[in-house]
Design a protein around this ligand. Structure first.
Ligand SMILES: [Zn+2]
Length: 224
């Protein structure tokens, strides 16, 4: 089934350049080390995804790989990220996702390795568009089974942890997907610290609903 294209899209050239920026920002923010982590951006006719096994410093726009709406990578250049199936499956299942970001950030990965969701103990969890960030069941990296587990666990939210692996986020734009990945890592660090002190105090449903209401009028632009 072709990937829906209801969300705003960048041109392939714009997406290739943006993916270089994403990977370098993830590295400088400490979300990634080495060649782990990958990202994709929806473009007309499919998506552009980062290549397999290239460190961020060695990436340039030409190294990025186009994957068509049926999930078939262009074979004329580098091989796509080993997780291109997950990126394709998310973008197919979530028409609101203009970009997908995946990384092995430290605290998110610690929680994921322990099967611990990020519970709502801090209101900023709501940045992930859900009241907790849950853990997708384990599946081997790069497989369709992992892609399906991630989509099912993410539900209508914008993030999930991946058991024994890392985290994945989506955004209408790549800037949003990256910002949510940074916030998920911050929330994971808070959750980790709170667990060390006994677990933290969960926000109530009413408290979360109040914060969701506040977020609707937060910032300078609607529906950010
Ligand atoms: Zn990974």
């Amino acid at each position: 089934m072709p990937t829906p294209t209801e969300t705003p899209t960048l041109s392939r050239e714009e997406a290739r350049a943006a993916l270089v920026t994403i990977m370098r920002r993830m590295q400088s923010a400490g979300l990634n080390r080495g060649t782990s982590g990958n990202a994709s951006i929806r473009v007309p006719g499919g998506m552009v995804v980062t290549p397999s096994g290239i460190p961020p410093d060695d990436l340039d726009p030409e190294t990025m790989v186009f994957v068509d709406a049926y999930g078939t990578p262009d074979t004329t250049g580098l091989r796509p990220s080993s997780e291109f199936r997950m990126h394709h499956h998310i973008q197919r299942g979530r028409p609101d996702a203009g970009a997908v970001v995946h990384c092995h950030s430290r605290y998110a990965t610690i929680l994921a390795c322990c099967g611990r969701p990020i519970e709502p103990i801090h209101y900023m969890i709501l940045v992930a568009k859900s009241r907790s960030v849950n853990v997708a069941p384990y599946a081997t990296f790069g497989t369709q089974a992992l892609a399906e587990a991630v989509v099912a666990t993410m539900g209508a939210g914008s993030a999930c942890l991946m058991a024994n692996h890392g985290q994945v986020t989506i955004g209408r734009t790549w800037q949003q997907a990256l910002a949510i990945a940074e916030e998920v890592e911050e929330q994971a660090a808070i959750a980790y610290g709170a667990l060390m002190l006994g677990g933290g105090n969960r926000l109530s449903r009413d408290q979360l609903a109040d914060s969701e209401e506040q977020f609707r009028s937060y910032g300078q632009s609607p529906a950010a």
